[in-house]
Design a protein around this ligand. Structure first.
Ligand code: IPE
Ligand code: IPE
Ligand code: MG
Length: 251
């Protein structure tokens, strides 16, 4: 099950099993700057940013993370130049074809969050088929946020709550969570944003209420098992309080 990466992985890390986040979410940022630093076109950065993904998924399985959410394309990313958007769509297409069998090998279940209207039909078909083909896998849930925006998700939830005729007094925190795209997933415990940018960019804004954040100073294509391990170790040093007092809360 080990990857075919060049460097041998470091020995089993000293991670406290009680401090492993159940749900890790990643804003995979910095592909463009990674490419620019090498004098390459932005799309070369996006391509490189698909090649480390397999190692990150494998490492999540190795470390016992149960849910990995990756921010692949935001509702705002449509505003990029047309050739970058179409290049990204072609790349996602290829990655789907290439990685589906690998997800099955890893015991990973694919789920999509975001809006599928506006996405080209062959991609929608691939996403649906990928979800169906991996439905019974239990080791890891790989949640792909594609054409995803946190505000869009909240607007969509409100529309459905109203359409379902829910009475105002029945609208609770739990009910709203059930109307999110992530209804079946736990909230993220740890959110990682690579590349040094310090903002949410519309990612899981409802679900991140009490997430811990880390901001590794590497561009996404350079993020791998070691960087994930460091983020998990940093998470293990945090004290989550959920509004309580030090030492009282448990994560
Ligand atoms: C993240 O990398 C990938 C997507 C948003 C699809 P960027 O393309 O945002 O890279 P930078 O931030 O410009 O370096
Ligand atoms: C967030 O990154 C979206 C993804 C990583 C898919 P962006 O690069 O789009 O975010 P901003 O524009 O820097 O806030
Ligand atoms: Mg960016």
């Amino acid at each position: 099950m080990k990857s075919k990466t060049a460097a041998p992985p470091s020995p089993a890390p000293a991670l406290d099993p009680a401090a492993i986040p159940q749900h890790v979410a990643i804003i995979m940022d910095g592909n463009g700057r990674w490419a620019k630093a090498r004098g390459l076109p932005r799309l070369a950065g996006h391509k490189a940013g698909t090649e480390n993904l397999r190692r990150v998924i494998e490492a999540c399985v190795e470390f016992g993370v149960k849910v990995l959410t990756i921010y692949a394309f935001s509702t705002e990313n449509w505003g990029r130049p047309e050739d970058e958007v179409s290049g990204l769509m072609n790349l996602f297409d290829d990655v789907f074809d290439r990685e589906l069998a690998e997800l099955n090998r890893q015991g990973a279940r694919l789920v999509h969050i975001g809006r599928l209207d506006g996405v080209r039909p062959n991609m929608v078909e691939k996403i649906r088929k990928g979800e169906a083909a991996t439905r019974d896998n239990q080791r890891l849930t790989l949640c792909v946020a594609f054409n995803y925006g946190g505000r869009d998700e909240i607007v969509h939830a409100i529309q459905r709550i109203l359409a379902d005729g829910i009475a105002p007094e029945d609208v609770t925190d739990e009910l709203v969570s059930r109307y999110m795209y992530t209804a079946d997933l736990p909230d993220p415990d740890l959110i990682i944003r690579t590349s040094g940018e310090l903002r949410t960019s519309n990612f899981l804004i409802w679900q991140a209420a009490y997430a811990e954040w880390v901001f590794p100073e590497v561009y996404w294509p350079d993020f791998g098992r070691e960087q994930l391990l460091e983020a998990l170790q940093e998470y293990g040093r945090r004290e989550r309080r959920f509004g309580g007092v030090p030492g009282a809360a448990s994560g």
